[in-house]
Design a protein around this ligand. Sequence first.
Ligand code: ZN
Ligand code: ZN
Length: 396
Amino acid sequence: MNQLDQKIKDLAKAYSTDTVGIRRHIHANPELSFEEYNTAAYVEQVLQSYGLETTRVAETGVVALIKGRNADRKTIALRADLDALPIVEQNQVEYKSRKEGVMHACGHDVHTASLLGAARILQELSGEFEGTVKLIFQPGEEKFPGGASVMIKEGVLQQPEPAGILGQHVFPMLPAGKVGFRSGMYMASADEIYITVKGKGGHAALPELNVDPVLISAHLIVALQQIVSRHASPKIPTVLSFGNIEARGATNVIPNEVKLEGTFRTMDEAWRKEAHKRIRKLAEGLCESMGGSCDIDIKYGYPFLKNEPGLTGRAREAAQAYLGVENVVDLDLWMGAEDFAYYSQEVAACFYRLGTRNEARGITSGVHTPTFDVEESALETGSGLMAWLAVQELQA
Ligand SMILES: [Zn+2]
Ligand SMILES: [Zn+2]
């Protein structure tokens, strides 16, 4: 190991109070997806105070380049997200959200502060590595179509084109000081399914005069599960869930139609497309065979997130070297979705988890809950490790 890891550790520690301060400022001033105007301006101001030039992409996204020696040799991108959620914060802390009903409950404040901390370290050490680090602060992770897809459309992965991209996400199941990696399939694509089953309503005592969309829907829900059990490869995780059914009839009234709403999640883009076709075909055929019909709308959500094995393997080893083998864990598959997946469809990507739990201090709430918070020592880990992974990957 060269001495660069020690220098990065020392700087991460020296800057940790400032990094926590940045996190608290962002936490106290949250903004919803694609409305991150003040957050973006703040990020620009912080980056400029480190001597970096900034560019706006996707209106509230910010990009900056840190150039080491021989800057054109290779580029590695580091990504953070800026947006908060429509949740009323219940934590009683001095940095509590000052905006009622908006809260950084997914840790994007931590991601942004960590990346700013990493930027400061990398800029300070820019004479000690070769290549360029591209910093990507993106809007709208929590809201379709996802800030990542907008940034990519606007060219964030060009000029310079990164050889790889790394992103980190808080993980309240993992103690602070630890990180987690998973190579290959990691997070799911998530599509919304809306089906309206149409029949012919009437008096419930006269079934022979009606086409009952409630009965058709019951069959349909059961039949659609066979797409998962009989058509999905057992090697590809797949979930189909219907969480909302609406039949506005009564004990004695058969309605004209029933609305079904669900989610389809998987980890293979070809299978995802084929499954959509099968859902349509089966629903249309089944409804017709029972005398009814249906309208189907499948809204594409985020794609599936794949961690490129080469990059992820190197990052995992580099993390072990930086944090110690005992502080790097293997992650399970996760059927949640994340818009970092868009980058992973374009370029070698690694999305890893940053432990933020502190059981002793009661910091255990899950993300997207009103009591979510983090053990802030994770910011020192998060900022230093990101800087370290970037310079290691530039050397790879
Ligand atoms: Zn989230
Ligand atoms: Zn998130």
